[in-house]
Ligand binder design. Structure first.
Ligand code: ADP
Ligand code: MN
Ligand code: MN
Ligand code: MN
Ligand code: MN
Length: 362
């Protein structure tokens, strides 16, 4: 067994002994927050004397790990069960404020909460389809055989395939799914994607800010599950050298009116507004001001155009799609296919609400 596979494999079994050791009423709370780049997650764990009854029972902490040696406050905002160390331990998503409790640039959540408050009478629902690519530590697709078989570099397949000649990494998808359910995440499904080591999970629908919290926590759980399997989950928009293999985070959106009889009219109205603000949306649909999507959405056969907005029913090559079943039943939701896999869900939700519901200016 190589050093690498030993560190990823054997010590997980040895670890079970330590996890099975009895402890008192203490509760291990893992604080999780989004880094300054708005793209990666950080975490630290501390002991509370006993299980907190709710989010208010979890004390604030500080993140003093930045290179600038500045102090940031971690404010707990949503609590989940910890699927790694089990009850009563918790995973807690935190907002980051600066030492004076002022907003930091990377805290998109706080801005999004304000917009969700303004539009709450619309009862906005969001559902996100998070795609990811499994990689080995060398940055190559997970399990990619050095001789190029059974997959070839340019390969694209149908989603939802079975058999290891078609896809690799189902153990990760299965484990992640169950861990999310245990944690209390509103995960609604999974499927294999169009590249042999690419997968997707869906979160939602949830009302208001919730889906953003759940997607970020589901991402954290994904990275932790992948640590256990010795594999890397990449949320990059174009994660491998062959840029035609891209990952997105389709965002589905509806209001109470869109979901009710005759709702198609409201869906079409929202799309008309989205048409006019294409470039504004693309600026916040990846963490690099559109640079990632410029590559992801250019010259691709299965995505929409970066330059111009398009819409249609049941087509995959458009910016915003009306799902076939929505068009047939005359109500439901719209699907914005532009957000990249590494998007900040809060920025995407906020843009959708501002454009479709608050009539943001062109
Ligand atoms: P696709 O056919 O595009 O692959 P999926 O089945 O992967 O679609 O995902 C559908 C997504 O739509 C899920 O994330 C789900 O939560 C979301 N969704 C379902 N109904 C609604 C709704 N009324 N409003 C917003 N999102 C919804
Ligand atoms: Mn220290
Ligand atoms: Mn999907
Ligand atoms: Mn997909
Ligand atoms: Mn989709």
């Amino acid at each position: 067994m190589s050093t690498l596979s030993r560190s990823f494999g054997l010590h997980k079994i040895v670890k079970q002994h330590y996890l099975s050791l009895a402890k008192g009423a203490e509760c291990q709370v893992t604080y999780i927050w989004i880094d300054k780049a708005g793209e990666n997650l950080l975490c630290k764990t501390r002991t509370l004397e006993m299980e907190p009854a709710g989010i208010r029972g979890i004390v604030e902490d500080t993140d003093n790990f930045t290179l600038e040696l500045k102090m940031f406050v971690l404010v707990p905002v949503r609590m989940f069960r910890d699927p790694f160390t089990l009850d009563p331990n918790k995973l807690v998503l935190c907002e980051v404020l600066d030492g004076n409790y002022a907003l930091t640039g990377s805290n998109q959540r706080s801005q999004c909460v304000k917009v969700m408050e303004k539009v709450k009478d619309f009862q906005p629902w969001f559902g996100m389809e998070q795609e990811y690519m499994l990689l080995d530590l060398d940055g190559k697709p997970f399990g990619w055989p050095s001789l190029g078989l059974p997959f070839t570099a340019g390969m694209t397949k149908n989603p939802c395939t079975v058999g290891i000649n078609n896809m690799l990494g189902r153990d990760i998808s299965i484990s992640h799914y169950r861990a999310c359910l245990y944690a209390g995440i509103n995960i609604s499904g999974t499927n294999a994607e169009a590249f042999p080591t690419q997968w997707e999970f869906q979160v939602g629908p949830c009302e208001g800010i919730e889906v953003g919290d759940h997607v970020w926590m589901a991402r954290y759980i994904l990275h932790r599950v992948c640590e256990d399997f010795g594999v890397v989950a990449s949320l990059d928009a174009t994660p491998i050298e062959e840029k035609k293999h891209t990952s997105g985070c389709h965002t589905n959106f509806s209001t109470k009116e869109m979901r009710s009889k005759g709702g198609l009219q409201y869906i079409e109205e929202a799309i008309a507004r989205l048409t006019k603000r294409h470039s504004q949306h693309l600026r916040v649909y990846d963490p690099h001001g559109g640079a990632d999507n410029m590559i992801r959405l250019t010259n691709q056969s299965t995505t929409s155009s970066f330059q111009s907005f398009s819409t249609a029913t049941a087509s995959r090559k458009v910016s915003v799609r009306i799902p076939d079943h929505v068009s047939r039943s005359g109500c439901g939701y719209l699907e914005d296919r532009r957000p990249a896999a590494n998007c900040d869900p809060y920025s995407v939700m906020r843009a959708l609400a501002e454009t479709c519901l608050l009539g943001a200016a062109e």
